[in-house]
Design a protein around this ligand. Structure first.
Ligand code: NAP
Length: 285
């Protein structure tokens, strides 16, 4: 069987290109510029790289940069104050608190301080509730990126047997809900699942977000399945995913690579959310 590799970088480029036009049209129509506030606390090198990439991407699109970098010893009270300042600033369409936060800071409280209409990461309890109820709102970036990748590859979702490996608040859980809203028959596999292989073998679409390098191989997947690898790990061989990519060549019908699969789409989805937040801001004002 021929395996089609889903080129996440190319799909993300297309999304960003059309967003550039949409941002320009928004500015023309409203006379306002969408703005993104990334909030980074401390000096974690990986977080610094992630935030830099998000800011660069926003800048290229014509989205204003309202970045805040706070010292590692920032108190919870001060961080909440900063979130409140950004929440009441009309120039800020979206707020993103980069995780993980340094020890001593409570991420759930900080995230939940972001108003739902500025929650561009889609991680507040309100956003999770809107998603669970299938009401309009801002959706988490990686899961909505996965849906975009499936759509871009022409993979039918409705009515299909879909298995999501992982149930984190960031990826697995919201993704299962998005897939359900697209009329898939969804099963979630997690660390307590018995006979996980029996379940993953049923999947016509298998999305793997377990955070375990090379967890899934040919024996875990049905021939002709579409396999989306969300995992990302640094190894001696470079970046690798949760899926043993080489084993699935000639076995899967569609597959995402690591790197160059889900990763680039996550940032594109964040940019899409920022524009959507700017539109929500307009509607609410
Ligand atoms: P996480 O919070 O660690 O969650 C992992 C999930 O996998 C948990 O629900 C866990 O089950 C489940 N799990 C663990 N071992 C398992 C096993 N052997 N079989 C089945 N399920 C198992 O991770 P995450 O934040 O969702 O991220 C998952 C991966 O995606 C990571 O590699 C992360 O780096 C990557 N990621 C990539 C992007 C991107 O943009 N490409 C974005 C976000 C995350 P329990 O709930 O039972 O513990």
């Amino acid at each position: 069987m021929h395996t089609t590799i889903i080129d996440g970088a190319a799909v993300a480029r297309d999304v960003l290109e059309s967003l550039t036009l949409e941002v320009a049209a928004f500015r023309e129509r409203t006379g306002r510029q969408p703005g993104l506030a990334t909030v980074l606390v401390g000096e974690d090198p990986a977080s610094e790289v992630y935030v830099r990439n998000k800011r660069r991407s926003a800048e290229r699109l014509g989205i204003a940069d309202h970045h805040r970098h706070l010292p590692a010893d920032t108190t919870q009270a001060r961080l909440l104050e900063v979130i409140d300042e950004l929440a009441s600033d009309d120039a800020v369409s979206g707020i993103l608190a980069q995780l993980p936060l340094p020890g001593g800071l409570d991420a759930t409280t900080v995230i939940d301080r972001i108003p739902w209409y500025k929650d561009v990461d889609g991680l507040t309890t309100t956003s999770a509730g809107l998603l669970a109820r299938a009401r309009p709102g801002l959706r988490p970036c990686t899961p909505s990126g996965v849906i975009t990748l499936l759509d871009s590859a022409g993979v039918e979702i409705a009515g299909r047997e879909v298995v999501v490996v992982g149930r984190s608040e960031l990826v697995g859980r919201p993704l299962a809900q998005l897939l359900l809203q697209r009329d898939a028959t969804v099963t979630t596999v997690h660390s307590r699942t018995r006979n996980a292989r029996e379940v993953t073998l049923r999947a016509e679409i298998l999305v793997v977000a377990a955070g375990i390098p090379h967890l899934i191989g040919r024996d875990d997947t049905r021939a002709g399945a579409t396999v989306i690898d969300v995992g990302i790990h640094r190894s001696a061989e470079g970046l690798i995913g949760d899926v043993r990519f080489e084993e699935l060549l000639g076995h899967a019908s569609h597959m995402t690579p690591v790197p160059g699969g889900v990763g680039p789409m996550t940032i594109a989805a964040l940019m899409r959310n920022t524009l959507q937040a700017a539109m929500l801001g307009e509607a609410i004002a």
